[in-house]
Design a protein around this ligand. Structure first.
Ligand code: HAM
Length: 423
C-alpha cells in the first residue's frame, strides 16, 4: 500500500520548500516593519464563525467548507480563510478594548473544497494581515502598501492592483436596492436567484460569460456612494498616488466573501491564467459585530503564497535557496568525530550553514555526499589537522584547495558565502 497526500493538498518538500520560505518571509517582513504582530490561530473553528462571518451566499461557505462534527457533536470547520478567525480571537481576548487599531499578521494553511487545478488547491497557504478599529482610509493605504512592498522585495512586477469601493452600509444598502431592481428584470436560474436574494452583490462576481453580458447594464456601485464614502475612497486613491502605487478602479470588483464594505482590492497576475488572483482584501465594517463584538471596522488582505510562487516562476525570478550549504565536514575516522562535530557547532553559531558526514563512511563516500549536498566547501579532520590547527579547505565547484587555520575558518567561510550570495 502506497499512501498519497489527499487530493488537492499542496505540500512543499525540499528543495522547493526553500522557495516557499523565501516568499513567505518576503511577504511577512513589511508587515512587521509596519508594526503588525503575529497571531497564531486555531486551524479549525466553530462552523458558525464562518457561516456568520464569511456569509452564506458565498461559494466558500455554501460549497467549499470542510465541516465535521467532533466527538461531542460540535460542528467544526477547517478554516477556509483567516479574517473571521482573527475577529473571533480579538473579541475573545478583549484586544478590541485596548490600543486601537489592533494590527496583526498571520500565515499558515487554509482549506477549501475546490476543484483542484494549477494554482487552486484544497490546502493552500496565505500570509494575511488585519488592522482593526480605525476608519482612517490611510490604514487602507498602509495595508495595500504592505502587500506591494512584499511583492517588490521579491522583484515581482507583472501584477496589477484593482480597487473598488462598496461604500458604507448606507451606500451599500442603497446600491443593493438598485441592483436588486435591475436583477429582477433578468431571467436568472433558481440558484442564482436565491443567491441574489441573500446578497445581490454576489451576482456581480459571477464569471459565467452569459452572466457577464447580462450584467453589462447593471448599475455602477460608485454612483451609489454617499458623500462620506466618496471622500474616503478618494483619500485612499490619493494615498496610493502619494506612495506611487499604480492601480485600476473596477466598479465590478466585489470579491468572494460577504463581509466587505468600502475599499476592496485585488492583486491580479495575468500570466497565471484562470487562477490569477495572487491576493486580495478589503474593509469590513459589520464583521466584528456579526460575530458578537463591538461595531469596529477593520481592513486586511490575504495573499496566496502558492500563487505568488507561481507568479515568480512565470516572471523568471530566482527564488531558490538564499543561504547555501557553506561547508560539509568529514571526520577522517570515528575518533575524530567529536572534534569535527564541535568545530561544526562553532561554525553554526557563527551563522554558517554546516553539514556533517554522519556514520562511519569511507572518505570517498563522504566526499560524494558533500558534493550531493551542494556544499560550497568541504574539509577532512584527522590527526594531522588537529595537531597543526589548520585544515585543507576544498572548494567543490573548482576543486581548489587552500590551507586555513581553524581559528580563521568562520571568517573565510563567511566571506565566501557572502560573495556567493552577491553573485
Ligand atoms: P480570498 O480572496 O478568498 O480572501 O483569498 C486570498 C488569496 O488566497 C487569493 O487571492 C488567492 O491568492 C489565495 N487563494 C484562495 N483560495 C485559494 C486556493 N483554493 N488555492 C490557492 N490559493 C488560494 C481572503 O481569504 C480574505 N480573508 C482576505 C482578507 C483579509 N480580507 C480582509 N482581510
Amino acid at each position: 500500500m502506497k499512501y498519497q497526500a489527499p487530493k488537492g493538498v499542496k505540500e512543499y518538500l525540499p528543495p522547493a520548500s526553500a522557495q516557499f520560505e523565501r516568499v513567505r518571509e518576503a511577504l511577512l517582513a513589511p508587515a512587521r516593519l509596519a508594526n503588525y504582530q503575529l497571531m497564531e490561530l486555531a486551524i479549525f473553528e466553530e462552523t458558525e464563525v464562518f457561516t456568520r462571518g464569511v456569509g452564506e451566499s458565498t461559494d466558500v461557505v455554501s460549497k467549499e467548507m470542510y465541516t465535521f462534527t467532533d466527538r461531542a457533536d460540535r460542528s467544526l470547520t477547517l478554516r477556509p480563510e483567516g479574517t473571521a478567525g482573527v475577529m473571533r480571537a480579538v473579541i475573545e481576548s478583549g484586544m478590541d478594548r485596548g490600543q486601537l487599531p489592533v494590527k496583526v499578521f498571520y500565515n499558515g494553511p487554509f482549506f477549501r473544497a475546490e476543484r483542484p487545478q494549477a494554482g487552486r488547491y484544497r490546502q493552500f497557504y496565505q500570509v494575511g494581515i488585519e488592522a482593526i478599529g480605525s476608519e482612517d482610509p490611510l490604514v487602507d493605504v498602509e495595508v495595500i502598501s504592505i502587500a506591494t512592498q512584499g511583492f517588490a522585495a521579491l522583484g515581482l512586477r507583472g501584477y496589477k492592483l484593482v480597487i473598488n469601493s462598496l461604500g458604507d452600509s448606507e451606500s451599500r444598502n442603497a446600491y443593493r436596492l438598485e441592483l436588486s431592481k435591475f436583477l429582477s428584470t433578468l431571467a436568472l436560474d433558481d440558484v442564482t436567484r436565491e443567491r441574489a436574494r441573500i446578497n445581490p452583490l454576489r451576482i456581480l462576481d459571477d464569471k459565467r460569460p452569459e452572466m457577464i453580458s447580462a450584467l453589462a447594464k447593471a448599475p455602477n456601485i460608485l454612483d451609489s456612494l454617499n458623500p462620506q464614502s466618496r471622500e474616503d475612497f478618494s483619500k485612499v486613491q490619493k494615498g496610493l498616488d502619494a506612495l506611487g502605487i499604480a492601480y485600476e478602479i473596477d466598479p465590478r470588483l466585489v470579491r468572494g466573501l460577504d463581509y466587505y464594505t468600502k475599499t476592496t482590492f485585488e492583486f491580479v497576475h495575468p500570466q497565471l491564467g484562470a487562477q490569477s488572483g495572487i491576493g486580495g482584501g478589503g474593509r469590513y465594517d459589520g464583521l466584528m459585530e456579526a460575530l458578537g463584538g463591538q461595531p469596529l471596522s477593520g481592513i486586511g488582505f490575504g495573499i496566496g503564497i502558492d500563487r505568488v510562487i507561481l507568479a515568480c516562476q512565470a516572471e523568471g525570478i530566482d527564488i531558490s535557496e538564499q543561504m547555501p550549504l557553506s561547508c560539509f565536514i568529514i571526520p577522517l575516522a570515528q575518533e575524530w568525530e567529536l572534534e569535527s562535530f564541535r568545530i561544526g557547532a562553532e561554525l553554526r553559531s557563527a551563522g554558517l550553514r554546516i553539514d556533517f558526514a554522519f556514520g562511519d563512511r569511507s572518505l570517498k563516500g563522504a566526499m560524494k555526499a558533500a558534493d550531493k549536498a551542494g556544499a560550497q566547501f568541504t574539509f577532512v579532520l584527522g590527526e594531522r589537522e588537529s595537531q597543526s590547527g589548520s585544515v585543507e579547505l576544498k572548494e567543490l565547484a573548482t576543486g581548489q584547495v587552500q590551507s586555513v587555520r581553524l581559528a580563521d575558518l568562520a571568517a573565510v567561510l563567511g566571506n565566501a558565502a557572502r560573495q556567493l550570495k552577491g553573485n
